[in-house]
Design a protein around this ligand. Structure first.
Ligand code: UDX
Length: 433
């Protein structure tokens, strides 16, 4: 089939390359000329494991092309995926829909009769039916909603082997067309959920709200552990053995960040308020607040670890991205904590294996180091905030020789605290004695 994918960020670029990978002819479209030129040359605009290989392979076999023109997109195919961003509106909790609207307005006048537009972007419920009505004004054009659940760091794997496919539509033919698009993925392992537009939009925000709630639940338990001397990592393991609860997404620490969970729960609350359902999702305000309190708590632990004042103290921060295997620093807890420490007068040096360029652009006031050991030289305290596997390789005995004081604050619970303690480190950890 001939498909277009409009918006080539983390979601769209991976979707475009993976649709080519399963055999479709794909045109990726974006307004960003530099990004399109880079993608057409086989250069990935972000770090995502496995993506460069899929990109290059499908450029070479000719199934994947790129353009900046929506008119080209309309002429190229009859199924058009909208994958543009819906960031948080500045000064508001609501989602900014200007990019989604711009695609519909730009594509609409050029669409051929019978075209299908498929929304993948995360939007406030009700957006799809509004866009469907707008598209009908351009002619015989259908709209379906097909939310995307990929995780950064696993984007290629999640796109090629999704754990479910959800399609909202108003016309059985739209659903049938998408069954053809995804035919090679439809097997016993990938359930298909066909539904209406509103439910499809809601599945995405409900899933992200649930995941965020699970993380904030365990981080709330971390607060109780801090007041009682309990250990949240043991607590999480013990409740996770109950298969009704499950061990996943119960990792306590400095909390969730990234381009999805934080802004999606805020936008969901904003939309629910418009619908008169504020009470239904009021708990998401607590989920957000617990999450942000963890950042404050790490700063407090670091402040206490250096004797009560951060002024002129040297702090090494390990990790800048919101999670490992990504270069994404959007709403990153690690970077927010680093900036807060700097704000209290500390000299902060940040290390990250992949995210330094993005971190430097977002927080130019901080110092950055290309090596983890180097970042720790002369530090009064080392703060571990993104659980990159390479930090597990650090030798605590060797590191103790380069720091000014062997003091560790653990914000992600992957470091072997006993090993660091026996190498002479004083250790402080969120939610643990
Ligand atoms: C998320 C959803 O998982 C995905 O389905 C959706 O499509 C987009 O949003 P992503 O933002 O890539 O994906 O990251 P995810 O792996 O979900 O992690 C989000 C944040 O939660 C990270 O900052 C991570 O460190 C944090 N997290 C995750 C925890 O703090 N504890 C956990 O147990 C799990």
């Amino acid at each position: 089939m001939r498909l277009t994918v409009i918006g080539t960020g983390y979601l769209g670029a991976v979707h475009a390359a993976c649709m080519a990978e399963i055999g479709h002819e794909v045109l990726g479209v974006d307004v960003d000329e530099a990004k399109i030129a880079a993608l057409a040359e086989g250069q990935a605009p972000f770090y995502e494991p496995g993506f460069p290989e899929v990109l290059t392979r499908n450029l070479e076999n000719g199934r994947l092309r790129f353009s900046t023109s929506l008119a080209d997109a309309a002429a190229f195919g009859d199924v058009h995926f909208i994958c543009v961003g819906t960031p948080q509106l500045p000064g508001s909790d609501a989602a900014d829909l200007r990019h989604v609207d711009a695609v519909v307005e730009g594509l609409g006048p050029h669409l051929r009769a019978g075209a299908l537009v498929v929304g993948k972007s995360t939007v406030p419920v009700g957006t799809a039916s509004r866009l469907a009505a707008r598209l009908r004004e351009f002619g015989d054009v259908q709209l379906a909603w097909n939310p995307e659940f990929l995780r950064e760091g696993f984007a290629v794997e999640d796109t090629l082997r999704p754990d479910r496919l959800v399609v909202g539509s108003t016309d059985p033919r739209s659903e049938q067309t998408l069954r053809h698009v995804y035919a090679t993925m439809l097997n016993d392992l990938t359930p298909w959920v066909g539904t209406d537009l509103a439910t499809a939009e809601l599945v995405k925000v409900a899933a992200n709200s649930f995941l965020a709630t699970k993380i904030s639940f365990i981080n709330a338990m971390a607060e109780i552990c801090e007041a009682t001397g309990g250990d949240v990592t043991t607590l999480a393991r013990a409740i996770g053995y109950d298969t009704r609860i499950g061990e996943r997404f119960l990792r306590a620490g400095v909390g969730f960040g990234g381009g999805c969970l934080p802004k999606d729960i805020r936008a969901f609350r904003a939309r629910a308020a418009e619908l008169g359902c504020d009470e239904s999702v009021r708990f998401l305000a607590d989920v957000d607040a617990i999450n942000l309190r963890r950042r404050v708590k790490v700063v407090q632990l670091v402040r206490e670890a250096v004797g009560g004042s951060l002024a002129d103290r040297s702090v090494a921060v390990l990790g800048a991205t919101f999670k490992p295997d990504s270069d994404d620093v959007r709403d990153s807890p690690a970077l927010a904590v680093a900036a807060a420490l700097h704000g209290e007068g500390a000299r902060v040096t940040v290390h990250d294996p992949r995210g330094l360029d993005n971190a430097r652009a977002a927080r130019p006031e901080l110092d950055y180091s290309p090596g983890a050991e180097k970042a720790c030289e002369g530090a009064d305290v080392v703060v571990h905030l993104t659980e990159w596997p390479e930090y597990l390789e650090l030798d605590p005995a060797e590191l103790a020789d380069v720091v000014a004081a062997p003091v560790l604050v653990e914000g992600r619970h992957t470091i072997d605290l006993a090993a660091w303690r026996s190498a002479g480190w004083e250790v402080h950890a969120l939610g643990r004695p």
